[in-house]
Ligand binder design. Structure first.
Ligand SMILES: [Mg+2]
Ligand SMILES: [Zn+2]
Length: 195
């Protein structure tokens, strides 16, 4: 077991296709469904005192598919489902932007849309985390590109690659099959848990 007050560790994770079933531009709460093992893994991190942050692109806002309020409502709903199982996500960071959006509020070529590292850097700062003791997991190349740019360990859930995103060998990520596997590898690598 690690020190519960250790503030230098941080787990950052993509949302869609990583924590919950991938539904393109998810716009109904009834479509929220946690993937196998995810809730148990989040509870384990909670018990270890390791903060868990969601890092998610939600360009559906800029595209006019759903509102920013809906994104926030979805995150409250996810935590309501988790709380029934004694688990919780510490904070949600999302990017609602898209360059060339017809909605002027969201027409921003921002630094927070993955593969840019803006949201990861905000999370690291918010939780006073040490990048060498932080991770980012996701099912798209842009998730691990963002991890690399932020200087944290990247884990790619294989099978989730988008064909328009070429694999960059210099990105230096680890391939995994799931969020639970990524977290277990991270905790093993840091010696937080043992085989
Ligand atoms: Mg995803
Ligand atoms: Zn943004």
């Amino acid at each position: 077991m690690t020190n519960k007050n250790d503030t230098h560790l941080l787990v950052m994770t993509d949302r869609d296709g990583t924590l919950i079933r991938d539904v393109p531009y998810l716009s109904r709460l009834s479509d929220v469904e946690f993937l196998p093992g995810v809730i148990d893994t989040i509870r384990k991190l909670n018990d270890l005192g390791i903060p868990v942050c969601v890092i998610t692109n939600q360009s559906g806002v800029a595209r006019g598919y759903f509102s920013e309020e809906f994104v926030q409502e979805t995150h409250r709903y996810m935590n309501a489902l988790l709380s029934r199982e004694g688990a919780s996500i510490d904070r949600f960071f999302y990017c609602p932007h898209l360059a060339r959006s017809s909605d002027a509020r969201y027409n921003v070529d921002c630094l927070c849309r993955k593969p840019n590292p803006g949201l990861l850097l905000s999370a690291l700062e918010s939780f006073s985390a040490d990048p060498s003791r932080a991770m980012m997991v996701g099912d798209a190349i842009r998730d691990v590109e963002a991890a690399s740019s932020a200087g944290v360990k990247g884990y790619l859930i294989s099978g989730g690659q988008s064909p328009q995103n070429p694999v960059l060998p210099e990105t230096g990520y680890t391939e995994v099959v799931s969020f639970p596997e990524a977290v277990n590898r991270f905790l093993l690598d840091l010696g937080i848990i043992k085989f």
